[in-house]
Design a protein around this ligand. Sequence first.
Ligand code: G1P
Length: 297
Amino acid sequence: MRKKVTKAIFPVAGLGTRFLPATKSVPKEIMTLVDRPLVQYAIDEARAAGIKEFIFVTSRGKGALEDYFDHAPMLEQELRRAGKTELLETLRASNMESGEIAYIRQHRALGLGHAVWCARRLIANEPFAVMLPDDVIAAEKPCLQQMVEAYHETGGSMVAAMEVPPEKASAYGVLDVAEDLGAVVQVKGMVEKPAPKDAPSNLAVIGRYILTPSVLQNLNRIKSGAGGEIQLTDAIAADAAAGRAVYGYRFRGQRFDCGSKAGFLQATVAFALARDDLREDLRRYLNEITAVDRAAQ
Ligand code: G1P
């Protein structure tokens, strides 16, 4: 029997400079996608996959994120008094129970690998997930759940993977494929943000990982890599180099890069169109402006 994956690390220490000035006072992770903070999508996806412990790697200035997960007794009381049961339910669904959530500080911005390493003492000797809340994935079956199911067949470490146009590969970690088995690919290496000519494939790493404890051990030794940062990609690649099983998993779903303005806007439209209460008005508006846009051209 494989050990269950019950812990997830959420690296949320980034400065979110691409969203300045908003991120001067609002952590990027609680910026709103329709009516929920970005991070709530990742939490819901994690829960669906069986995650029970949520570990946030934060930094200075992320207080609003911690407050978001707190209970809001006065607000709850007010909603109860006003008989607003639906809103009360929505609010409660965002509560985290005591002991379910932990915060670790990353004191210096040394990279994603370093952020994950900061949480090492909370992981111990078991497989764990890493979720990057910037990557929002719309899917019938939540992406991490798909991966947990695949992981129970394969074991080893597993990263979410997606084909990207070759000219975009240098924005990602890229898989060096040993064997393509369809949804699952066995990986012999991974390169973080390769120069276009050095990309070993066009299969890019997307921000969902299931990792074995050996990756944490690799992080003890790994030197800084691409961009002068300690890269998670390099620590996973070191596992493959040591002959341990590493897989990419082509998830079913649509990924939005909410770390970029264009991606955030696209996600906003897509998630709003998926909502019964917003679809009709928004669709009408989009049809109108695309017609105007076409006429103008
Ligand atoms: C991180 C990872 C990269 C991965 C990407 C997915 O990069 O380092 O391997 O492909 O997330 O979103 P970042 O986008 O934080 O630079």
